[in-house]
Design a protein around this ligand. Structure first.
Ligand code: PLP
Length: 381
């Protein structure tokens, strides 16, 4: 199997931020997170970005087996064919892994497509989404765009979902409660038994959507997943993605696990077919048993280095279980964002209402080192 040759021009474009800037003409195709990121960067003087730590990607991935599988897929001429057979194979493998029937799995063009389609569904029913603020807004925006309402519930003092407050708001007709666990942007997780209790209490009166995009970065992810509750709870959707720990954000493959009736309904909106190379990579990633634990340890080591620095600089942070860290800047986000960008490090846009906090993703060791020295300069006493 030939080793993939480096795509140096593309890498140059990406590391310089030009690729994102080049997308400016088509921002309507971008999700909430990327659109907000680009707007923030455009408002700041353009400098070459050497560390893009703004979108919670995982540049340490993907698995070498995934890259080989994509190359094999293309060399076999599969790009000319619709990927239905491969999609069926991925659904079957995921069903075995998640302990559900294949009809309960819906693939998406990233898990974002699952979030948006469920949001569209709720919005078309003139329903309501209850979500945490600050939060990841992809589903919220879809609900609103389709004619539904949104109810933000502030995170608690530990910057975790406030489950009691969210339960109190849940239950309007056709409502959904959206919980990213771990959360974005704070990186925190809710206590496992409390979340299971919340699902049992709320699911009888509202759809509950648990977004586990970052779960594999957390300690003990299998035990902390709530996917097993899908058997007992008709009103539970769990979403996962290959974009985060698997390092396949560019391939756009994610999935949702839910009851078969809702899965069938979502397929009527056109959900369900990512691209062939992405599916080939996802299959190979799942079969690479050593990959996730090794990646979790590598990212965890980089996270520990960043947290040690933040502590030394006197910055408090939310307790992260993710490939990103949310820390207190003690000054306006914009000032920190601009100063980091001047040091060639792109951090995430602001997350209202916490405008003196900042989110920074973990990248390659070189990017993280650059980020740490930039933070030392910006926060030097
Ligand atoms: N859910 C959360 C919490 C996210 O942060 C993201 C992306 O950043 C997504 C879902 C969507 O990711 P993807 O569509 O790449 O699976």
């Amino acid at each position: 199997m030939p080793t993939p040759t480096p795509l140096s021009r593309r890498q140059w474009l990406l590391t310089n931020g030009t690729a994102l800037a080049g997308l400016a003409l088509s921002t309507r195709f971008l999700n909430e997170e990327m659109r907000a990121q680009m707007t923030s960067e455009r408002q700041t003087a353009v400098v070459p970005v050497r560390a893009r730590l703004s979108l919670n990607e995982n540049p340490l991935g993907p698995s070498a087996l995934a890259t080989e599988a994509m190359i094999r897929h293309l060399q076999a001429g599969r790009a000319a064919r619709y990927p239905y057979a491969e999609a069926g194979e991925l659904i079957n493998l995921l069903a075995v892994r998640e302990g559900v029937r294949p009809e309960q799995i819906v693939l998406g063009v990233g898990s974002g497509e699952i979030l948006e389609t469920v949001g569209l569904h709720i919005g078309l029913l003139k329903g309501e989404v209850v979500y945490a603020t600050p939060g990841y807004l992809q589903m919220v925006r879809a609900v609103e765009a389709a004619g539904g309402r949104s109810v933000g519930v502030p995170v608690n003092a530990r910057l975790e979902h406030d489950l009691d407050a969210m339960a109190a708001k849940a239950g309007a007709p056709n409502s959904i409660v959206y919980i990213a666990n771990p959360h974005n942007p704070t990186g925190t997780m809710v206590e496992h038994e409390a979340l299971r209790g919340f699902i049992r209490e709320v699911a009888p009166r509202s759809l509950v959507f648990i977004d586990e995009a970052y779960l594999d970065f957390a300690a003990d992810p299998v035990r902390r997943s709530v996917v097993d509750l899908v058997h007992a709870q008709e009103n539970l959707v769990v979403a996962r993605t290959f974009s985060k720990i698997y390092g396949l954000a560019g391939l756009r493959v994610g999935y949702g696990v839910m009851n078969a009736r809702l899965a069938a309904k979502l397929r009527t909106y056109g959900l369900g077919t990512p691209n062939g190379p992405g599916i080939a990579a996802a299959l190979a990633s799942l079969r690479d048993e050593a990959y996730v634990p090794a990646m979790r340890a590598r990212v965890g080591a980089e996270r520990d280095r960043l947290l040690a620095l933040l502590s030394r600089l006197g910055r408090k942070y939310a307790e992260p279980q993710t490939n990103f860290v949310f820390f207190h800047t003690g000054r306006p986000h914009k000032e920190v964002f601009d100063r980091m960008l001047a040091e060639s490090v792109s951090i995430a846009r602001a997350f209202p209402p916490l405008l003196d906090w900042a989110r920074i993703s973990l990248g390659t060791p070189e990017e993280n080192e650059l980020a740490r020295s930039a933070l030392e300069k910006v926060f030097a006493a």
